[in-house]
Design a protein around this ligand. Structure first.
Ligand code: BES
Ligand code: MN
Ligand code: ZN
Length: 506
């Protein structure tokens, strides 16, 4: 879909998107919408009056265009109170409009934007955010649907966001920056949506390699290299699979001349391309979901793409540990003891607690080699975080209050919300092992997401570190304004925002 910013003109064909805000709780068309409505003989106002449309943020009303013209329909999108219209409301408005346009089968639409009374955004900001909201909602993963009828698919291929000539350049510039990040989100959604017969460690590493086109330095460590380094924890997980594991290291060195040598920020992702549970095998019902057990690595790859595509002024490292967790005659057994890259020995009491084993070596490698300013890891680590927080927050665990607060704020700003969970000595004791230095599950005491995080912390020295448990937020069963059902890409926009707000030199 092409999203363009063009100068205002009365639309003559296709669909038209207009906005309404709330004035003393009553819906009110914005001035440019009102002017357009005159050309339709007041049909929009009449339809609004005859409906329950209240112009709540995200609410829509579809009005079929009257008369003989070539306008198909008008989508009225509610913004709520003008004073509450921020970036996210604008994005949601663009998103819900796009969903309506997709359902109605329109090929072209004009969007009439205007800053509502009381709103502090500039027209360029408003337009750019409406545009990126439209982009984010337009995502579909339909490459394997070869018999879906054309008339059942969205047909929208052009959106013209109308802005005054004086704001066109600024709208385009801001949109391109936001769209670069949306491109990263799309890559993550694609990777997460691909089935495990297509995306496995080697092919996921191949996808990551494609980032070199954007100037990202990409290295891939194979099994032999990892054996030599002593990645016993990660390699143990991969033993049962016919697909050999990989570790990918991505580097974006974008810091300005002044900060060229600055320590990088680092992101580490769990990339279990399929999690059967291994010998501690999972029940078959719902096991197909475990194709997206590589979401953490998908986010790291999408984030590195976003940072490179918008030429972020930062040095950033992305590391993903890629393995398939399968049962077989060569698989790791419950009770096995492995030696991690850190030197600590691990008693593997449950082969289904595999993500933490992969991350243990990836985290240690990251801090040892790069000495980063901070490390943030992302992992679909525990079912328990879904019990605790559902789909509306990811779990945040951290040894650093400043980094935590920065992450919490970035999450609120991008509507990818986090909730901080505790860490502590008493939880840490739950994973002391009788046979080795640490065991990979606790032998009772509940708090499964926390003990998982405690396990990770044993492989982090005193570098500021945060762990995001994204098991509940990486896949969604239903559509949201800017996130269609399926792989969400949760984390890309959040971490891009973290970097933009705090870690980019001027
Ligand atoms: N990948 C799963 C966690 C998960 C569950 C992600 C549901 C997304 C949806 C993880 O590897 C796992 O199996 N965790 C176990 C840990 C347990 C064995 C201590 C779990 O949560 O049951
Ligand atoms: Mn598992
Ligand atoms: Zn897993």
């Amino acid at each position: 879909m092409k999203i363009a910013f063009s100068k205002p003109q009365t639309p003559k064909k296709g669909a038209v998107v207009v906005f309404a805000d709330q004035n003393k709780n009553a819906p009110r068309l914005l001035a440019c919408a009102l002017a357009f409505d005159k050309t339709l003989g007041g049909a929009i106002k009449r339809a609004m009056g005859a409906s329950r449309f209240k112009a709540n943020a995200g609410q829509t009303l579809v009005v079929l265009a009257p008369g003989k013209g070539s306008i198909s329909r008008v989508i009225v999108v509610g913004l709520g109170k003008g004073s509450e219209v921020k970036d996210l409301v604008a994005e949601q408005a663009g998103g819900v409009a796009t969903a309506q346009l997709g359902a109605s089968g329109d090929e072209r639409a004009a969007v009439l934007v205007e800053v509502p009374k009381g709103c502090k955004l500039s027209i360029a900001e408003l337009a750019a955010h409406v545009g990126v909201g439209a982009r984010l909602r337009s995502y579909r993963f339909d490459k394997y649907r070869t018999t879906e009828k054309k008339e059942n698919k969205p047909a929208l291929d052009r959106l013209d966001v109308q802005v005054p000539a004086t704001a066109m350049a600024a709208s385009g510039r801001l949109f391109r920056r936001l769209d670069a990040v949306a491109g990263g989100v799309f890559s993550t959604r694609n990777l997460v949506s691909e089935p495990a017969n297509v995306i496995y460690p080697e092919t996921l590493a191949r996808e990551a390699r494609k980032l070199s086109r954007l100037g990202v330095k990409v290295e891939v460590l194979d099994e032999k290299k990892m054996k030599k380094l002593g990645f016993g924890a990660l390699l143990g997980v991969g033993m049962g699979s016919a697909r050999p594991p990989r570790l990918v290291v991505m580097q974006w060195n974008g810091a300005s001349a002044k900060g060229k040598k600055a320590a990088p920020v680092a992101f580490v992702g769990k990339g279990v391309t399929f999690d059967t549970g291994g010998i501690s095998i999972k029940p078959s019902k719902g096991m197909e979901d475990m194709k997206w057990d590589m979401a953490g690595s998908g986010v790291v790859i999408g984030l590195m793409q976003a940072l490179a595509a918008r030429k972020a002024k930062v040095n950033a490292v992305g590391i993903v540990g890629l393995v398939e967790n399968m049962p077989s005659g060569r698989a790791q057994r419950p009770g096995d003891i492995v030696k991690s890259y850190s030197g600590q020995t691990i008693e593997v009491l449950n082969t289904d607690a595999e993500g933490r084993l992969v991350l243990a070596d990836a985290l240690w490698y990251c801090q040892k080699r790069f000495k980063p300013q901070f490390m943030v890891d992302l992992a679909t680590l525990t079912g328990a975080i879904i019990m605790a927080l559902g789909a509306h927050h990811a779990g945040l665990f951290s040894n650093n209050d400043k980094l935590s607060d920065q992450l919490l704020d970035a999450g609120k700003a991008m509507d990818e919300k986090l909730w901080r969970m505790p860490l502590g000595k008493a939880y840490d004791r739950q994973i002391d092992s009788k046979a080795a230095d640490v065991q990979n599950i606790s032998s009772g005491g509940g708090a499964g997401s926390i003990t998982a995080a405690q396990f990770l912390q044993r492989f982090v020295n005193d570098v500021p570190w945060a762990h995001l448990d994204i098991a509940g937020v990486s896949w969604s069963g239903k559509d949201a304004p800017t996130v269609p059902g399926g792989g969400t890409g949760f984390g890309v926009r959040l971490l891009d925002r973290l970097v933009a707000d705090h870690y980019e030199g001027s």
